[in-house]
Design a protein around this ligand. Structure first.
Ligand SMILES: *Cc1c(COP(=O)(O)O)cnc(C)c1O
Length: 425
C-alpha cells in the first residue's frame, strides 16, 4: 500500500521507503490515503493474538513482506503481553508496559527494528542516531540490540537521567553505542539534527532517526487496541470509550486507525497534562501552542505534537468524525488525586496513565465501558509515585538485574565535529 506525504501528495512511496526515510519532503509525514476496512471484526477479536495481529498488519502493509516474514516480525514484536487490569467494574487499564524498558514505546521500537532488519537483507550500513531524555533511547537501544548491520548510537545528557534508566541502555554494548553528552537534552537533540543536516554523512552512515514519526511505530501500536477490546467480555464491547494519555499523539493516531479499520470503539478522549494545545484546539478551532511546561507526566510535556497532522487528515478526509474525539486537559493536582483514587481501589498507577484515568472518569457515561492506556510501569516514575501515594515501590526483577551491570557509555563534549568523527569510527 502506498504512503503519501501529507505535505506534498505528489510524493508517494512504499512502506519500506517510508520506514527507511522516516520523513518525506518538507518534513512531511507519510500516511496511507485510505485506511483499509476489515471484515468480520467480531470473529477477529476471538482469534489468538498472533493470528489477529497478522490480519491487522497484513491489511495495513499490503505486500511489504511475505507472510512468513511478517509472522516472524510479529512474533518478535509482541513477545511481551498486553494486560487488561480492572480498576473498577467499568474502568480498565490497558497495561502496555511489560516490555524490556517498561513502556509502550517498546512495541513500536521493536517492530521498526525488525522491519528495518528485514528490508536490509543486502546488509547495507544503517546507523540509528537518537537523542534521549530517558525513554525513547532505551526502547530503541533494546529493540536494535543484536541486529546485524544496524548500529544504534544513543546520546543522552550526562548526569541528568536516573541511574537505572541510564543502565537500561548503556549496559548493552555490541551494536549499541551510548554517549553521555556534556549538556542538556536539547543539546543532544541539536547534535542529532546537525548530523542529519550533513547530507554526505547521512549517505555514508545510512543515518535514520527511529523517532516516533516513523509510520512503522504507529502500525505496531494499532494491534494492541484490538488486543485490549478482545480482552473485554463480549457484552462490554458495545460502548467502549478509550482515553489516551497524549504527548506527540502517536498512540492516539494508532487508536483512531484501529477504529477506522472497524474496531468497535465508540469514541476517544485525548488526555493531556497542562500542555493542552490539542484540547484547546478541539474547543476553539485555533492552533495556538504555548511554551512547554514541566509536569509530573513528563513524557507528555509536548506543546507541538508531531503526529497531529495525521489525525487532522483522518478527519478532513472523512475517515474519522471529529465529534468522536474529546480533548481533556488535566492539572497536576488532579493527576495526583487520580493516582490516590486508583490506589484506594487497589490499583497502583503512575502520572501518565493517571492523566487518562482522570479524563475518562470525567466523561464516562453510565452504560459505557472505559479503557485508559497504561503507558509506563509505575516503577519507571518511582519517586513521584512514592511521594504521592506514600508507599515504597518494588522494582521489577528485570530492572534489579541491570543495577549490577557495567555502564559502557563514553563521555563527550557538546561538539558536533567530535560526534561526527566518533560516528565515522
Ligand atoms: C511517549 C509517552 C507518552 C506519549 O505518547 P504519544 O504517542 O507521544 O502521545 C505517554 N506516556 C508515556 C509513559 C510515554 O513514554
Amino acid at each position: 500500500m502506498k504512503l503519501y506525504n501529507l505535505k506534498d501528495n505528489s510524493q508517494s512511496v512504499d512502506f519500506d521507503a517510508a520506514v527507511t526515510m522516516g520523513l518525506g519532503r518538507d518534513q512531511g509525514l507519510f500516511f496511507p490515503e485510505t485506511i483499509p476496512h476489515l471484515s468480520n471484526v467480531e470473529a477477529l477479536l476471538d482469534l489468538p493474538v498472533f493470528e489477529r495481529n497478522f490480519i491487522v498488519l497484513k491489511a495495513l502493509l499490503g505486500g511489504a513482506f511475505s507472510d512468513e516474514q511478517l509472522k516472524l516480525i510479529i512474533k518478535k514484536t509482541y513477545d511481551t503481553p498486553v494486560k487488561l487490569k480492572s480498576v473498577n467494574d467499568s474502568t480498565h487499564c490497558v497495561e502496555l508496559f511489560h516490555g524490556p524498558t517498561l513502556a509502550f514505546k517498546d512495541f513500536g521500537a521493536k517492530f521498526m527494528a525488525n522491519c528495518l532488519k528485514q528490508f536490509n537483507q543486502k546488509g547495507e550500513k544503517i546507523t540509528i542516531l537518537t537523542a534521549t531524555s530517558g525513554d525513547t533511547g532505551a526502547a530503541v537501544a533494546q529493540a536494535f540490540y543484536g541486529i546485524n548491520n544496524i548500529e544504534a548510537v544513543v546520546l543522552f545528557p550526562q548526569g541528568r537521567i536516573s541511574e537505572w534508566q541510564q543502565k537500561m541502555f548503556t549496559t548493552l554494548g555490541d551494536n549499541i553505542r551510548t554517549v553521555a553528552i556534556d549538556g542538556t537534552f536539547d543539546d543532544c537533540q541539536k547534535l542529532v539534527k546537525q548530523c542529519f543536516d550533513d547530507a554526505p554523512l547521512v549517505q555514508t552512515m545510512g543515518l535514520n532517526s527511529a523517532n516516533s514519526i516513523n509510520i512503522s511505530r504507529l502500525y505496531a501500536q494499532v494491534c494492541y487496541y484490538f488486543d485490549a477490546v478482545a480482552q473485554l467480555p463480549e457484552q462490554n464491547r458495545k460502548e467502549v470509550v478509550v482515553a489516551v494519555p497524549s504527548g506527540n499523539f502517536g498512540n492516539l493516531t494508532a487508536g483512531i486507525i484501529a477504529k477506522t479499520m472497524g474496531l468497535p470503539i465508540k469514541r476517544f478522549i485525548a488526555a493531556t497534562n497542562a500542555n493542552d494545545t490539542v484540547p484547546r484546539y478541539l474547543q476553539t478551532g485555533q492552533w495556538l501552542p504555548y511554551d512547554t511546561v514541566e509536569t509530573l507526566s513528563n513524557a507528555m510535556d509536548v506543546s507541538q505534537p508531531n503526529n497531529w497532522p495525521r489525525i487532522e487528515y483522518l478527519i478532513t478526509s472523512g475517515q474519522f468524525e471529529a465529534d468522536l474525539l474529546q480533548g481533556v486537559s488535566v492539572t497536576e493536582s488532579q493527576t495526583a488525586q487520580a493516582m490516590k483514587n486508583m490506589y484506594r481501589q487497589g490499583y497502583i498507577s503512575e502520572p501518565h496513565a493517571a492523566v487518562a484515568y482522570r479524563a475518562l472518569k470525567e466523561s464516562l457515561l453510565e452504560n459505557e465501558t472505559g479503557l485508559f492506556l497504561g503507558t509506563a510501569h509505575p516503577a519507571k516514575f518511582k519517586s513521584s509515585v512514592e511521594d504521592i501515594l506514600s508507599i515504597e515501590l518494588i522494582f521489577p526483577q528485570a530492572i534489579k538485574a541491570i543495577k549490577n551491570k557495567i555502564d559502557l557509555s563514553i563521555s563527550m563534549k557538546n561538539n558536533v565535529d567530535t560526534l561526527k568523527s566518533f560516528l565515522l569510527l
